[in-house]
Design a protein around this ligand. Structure first.
Ligand SMILES: NC(=O)c1ccc[n+]([C@@H]2O[C@H](COP(=O)([O-])OP(=O)(O)OC[C@H]3O[C@@H](n4cnc5c(N)ncnc54)[C@H](OP(=O)(O)O)[C@@H]3O)[C@@H](O)[C@H]2O)c1
Length: 295
């Protein structure tokens, strides 16, 4: 049995279902300490207990946070810092920004942000900034952000990034997945080639999960059920997410966008460095952060 991750610690968001749950299980099976994040305390406890029973040597811990809210992301980051400082000598080996949502109808969070923009883009942006100092002391820190092939057809509507005026669920989703790649491009640039922390955006392919079934109208659920039925399993997809978070041989890779363990060209819009910087500045403003990542 591969026990190569004993002594290493990873945070996986959206670890209560689909790709994130499968990634948490893969890391636990290899002996890692896994801090899973979910929005449901019940599902968190159940998953923690199930994985701990399946992998008695793994160190599982599930934390609850609604990543739609920046207040919750900040509280989560504090809880993770406390755990990692207490149990892992302040070293975090990887952060997998996987949690994601598709919302057909326009919905605002209690903090006034469009929900997909908040969960899919602002939450990984803020959580990464909050945890960067823990990742920077790891010998090989990794930030893996789960994007999507949906980013290929997307462009950012700079005048109305959250589509407040003319909302379209699919367009909003595509924008957030493009934002995931632009965020990774800029993080990569800011960290520089000599940093021990590497940032990758993962394209998981089409995966048979319930993402399109949650809180969506019947037609959207039916379309997703039909479309995703030809997808790969969450386990197959998660293998490659875990690979990006752990594989030593890609530590010096300069490719930002990966699918199934291979670098892939993202859309030209995703490689626009000026757009990446501009998006970073806007996102920092939305999160009340300084522009340079915290270190
Ligand atoms: N499935 C695909 O074909 C596909 C393709 C490309 C990209 N992706 C991306 O892959 C990632 C994982 O998606 P999936 O397909 O595995 O979907 P999923 O099974 O629905 O998993 C999404 C995870 O995110 C969590 N989550 C959603 N909203 C949250 C919130 N406000 N706060 C905290 N956690 C929240 C979910 O929690 P609950 O368990 O409580 O719902 C779940 O654990 C997403 O970023 C998605 O965009 C998926």
């Amino acid at each position: 049995m591969d026990r190569s991750l004993v002594g290493k610690t990873f945070v996986v968001t959206g670890a209560t279902s689909g790709i994130g749950l499968a990634a948490a299980e893969i890391l636990a099976a290899q002996g890692a300490r896994v801090i899973g994040v979910g929005r449901s305390p019940e599902r968190g406890v159940q998953t923690e207990q199930r994985l701990q029973a399946a992998y008695p040597d793994a160190r599982m811990r599930y934390l609850t946070a609604d990543l739609a809210l920046q207040s919750e992301v900040r509280r989560l980051a504090n809880d993770i810092r406390d755990l990692v400082n207490r149990d892992d000598n302040g070293i975090l080996d990887g952060l997998i920004n996987n949690a994601g949502t598709f919302t057909f109808w326009q919905a605002l969070t209690a903090e006034g942000f469009e929900t997909q923009w908040a969960v899919n883009h602002l939450a990984p942006f803020l959580l990464t900034n909050e945890l960067l100092s823990l990742l920077q002391v790891a010998p090989m820190g990794r930030v893996v952000t789960v994007s999507s092939g949906s980013h290929y057809g997307a462009s950012l509507n700079w005048d109305d990034l959250q589509l407040h005026r003319r909302y379209n669920g699919l367009r909003a989703y595509g924008q957030t997945k493009l934002a995931n790649v632009l965020f990774t491009v800029e993080l990569h640039r800011m960290l520089g080639s000599t940093s021990s922390v590497k940032a990758f955006a993962a394209d998981p392919g089409l995966v048979k999960t319930d993402i399109g079934l949650k809180d969506n109208p019947a037609l959207a659920r039916w379309v997703w059920k039909w479309r995703s039925s030809s997808g790969i399993s969450p386990e197959e997809s998660a293998r490659w997410i875990a690979y990006l978070a752990t594989e030593p041989s890609i530590q010096n890779a300069t490719d930002v966008y990966w699918q199934h363990g291979e670098p892939k060209s993202p859309s030209p819009r995703a490689l626009d460095e000026e757009a990446a910087w501009w998006l970073w500045e806007i996102s920092a403003g939305m999160c009340g952060l300084d522009v340079e990542p915290t270190s």
